[in-house]
Design a protein around this ligand. Structure first.
Ligand code: AN0
Ligand code: CP
Length: 319
């Protein structure tokens, strides 16, 4: 594995799950693998879990870590070629990337969709520039269209909590006051579509995701119908994908908030969310605090997915 940007980079998913469980049993078994190797984490957007879990994962492997918040303390970066740089951005990303690459062995990048140009977002312009110009292995810490470290952790969590071989997994849209990217739902769908789980996506009309990610999932516009018999409820807000509303909020319909009444329709389903979550918008206090809520174990598994990916990147590129 040279880079990790989607499920397609990880290879066989059963092997990936087994690797994760082995790491979870003893996360210090490979604490010399990363000796004298440096991880650089670049954040264009805020983070709590990704920042801490990935840094911890790197430390478990004996790596050194450096973190750069591009918007706090670094020069503002121009990303367009051809711009006369007479504005507020003193540095171009085409110089910044190879310079950053020269100081490290592996680079993690967080760069959300900007909602300015759908093609640039869906072609992963920023992430691909890192791959092209850094000279180093690159992994996504949530890019414009995917959040593969999150989806990997989600899959590990479902494998830990499932009670049947083929659980019914339901991903539901839920309301939120700000326009959020489609990266988490796209990525979750892409990973779940690689399993043999029953997979249903439910959302109000207008919030259809890119069909490339929806794949063979069943799309059900009636949320309550979708919840019937579910073993896992995976809640997430996302903004519109379809034109002309790309990146827009079509409604904040509170009737889509996940509450106890809807959870009662399920097969005693576990409640999942990648966090951060807005309570009483996405999910009620009661549901997120219930014994069925596994949002904390899900976040705990972020350290494991990050360590599994870093271990592979070290073994395949840095030995
Ligand atoms: C981000 C999103 O929805 O993509 C990050 C989630 C991991 N969430 C927010 O910006 C609130
Ligand atoms: N779930 C997740 O990626 O959280 P952060 O945005 O806090 O990293």
């Amino acid at each position: 594995m040279r880079n990790f940007t989607s499920v397609h980079d990880i290879g066989n998913l059963d092997v990936a799950i087994q690797n994760a469980f082995e790491i979870k049993k003893n996360r210090f078994a490979f604490d010399l693998l990363g000796k004298n190797k440096t991880l650089l984490m670049i954040f264009f957007n805020s983070s709590l879990r990704t920042r801490l879990s990935t840094q911890k994962a790197a430390m478990n492997l004996g790596m050194n870590t450096m973190v750069l918040d591009v918007n706090q303390g670094a020069w503002k970066l121009e990303t367009e070629r051809g711009t006369v740089m007479d504005g507020d951005k003193p540095e171009h990303i085409r110089e910044a990337i190879p310079v950053m690459g020269s100081y490290c062995d592996i680079i993690g990048v967080r760069s959300f969709a900007r909602f300015e140009n759908k093609d640039e977002d869906y072609n992963e312009k920023v992430l691909n520039e890192f791959i092209r110009y850094s000279g180093k292995p690159v992994f996504s810490m949530e890019a414009a269209t995917r959040h593969p470290l999150q989806s990997y952790a989600d899959l590990i969590t479902i494998e830990e909590y499932k009670k049947t071989d083929r659980p019914k997994v339901v991903m539901t849209w839920a309301p939120h006051p700000r326009a959020l990217p489609q990266a988490v739902p796209n990525s979750f769908a892409e990973w779940i579509n690689q399993t043999d789980y029953e997979f249903v996506i439910t959302h109000p009309e207008g919030y259809e995701l890119d069909e490339k990610f929806v794949g063979n999932a069943k799309v059900e516009y009636d949320q309550k119908k979708a919840f019937e018999g579910a073993d896992f409820i995976y809640a997430k807000n996302w903004s519109a994908f379809a034109d002309p509303n790309y990146g827009g909020i079509l409604n904040e319909d509170r009737s889509w908030t996940v509450d106890s009444e809807k959870m009662a329709l399920t097969n005693n389903a576990c409640f999942m969310h990648c966090l951060p979550v807005r309570r009483n918008m996405i999910v009620t206090d009661e549901v997120i605090e219930s014994p069925q809520s596994i949002v904390i174990p899900e976040a705990v598994n972020r350290e494991i997915s990050a360590q599994a990916v870093l271990k592979r990147l070290l073994e395949d590129n840095c030995l």
